[in-house]
Design a protein around this ligand. Sequence first.
Ligand SMILES: [Zn+2]
Length: 143
Amino acid sequence: MPIVIITKNMIKSKPVLSLYLKLAIFGGVAIAASLVLPFSISIFYVATGVPCPACGMSRAFMRFFRGDLFGALFYHPLFFLIPLIPLLAYSRMPKKARNIGWLAIGCLFLAVWIIRLILFFPHTAPMIYNENSLFELLRRVLR
Ligand SMILES: [Zn+2]
């Protein structure tokens, strides 16, 4: 297995730190909101009732920070990719290579989302159907 060593010269460190800070703030707010609010913060989930490709990410990080790696992987198998985003965004790789990286991450999220929908939707958290979604409310009104 190849070992990738990221050196200081491979990334633009100032914008990377700034993006890490923004991700940490966003993640902290998302986790706090998911603990306090009685509804999901996922716009896709609230609108359609179907969990989005990122649903479960807050719970995955909460499990991870408690030292429960398997719980984290259960709630979102790709949670460990999030800390790599700033490195990819501000790497000194050629733009074409970075775009291939974004495409690979996007395809991976899509594939994992479809697999999680097949295996766990609508019965197992975090892939539970939202019976109070806007789609569901509209469906009940129009019936
Ligand atoms: Zn979501």
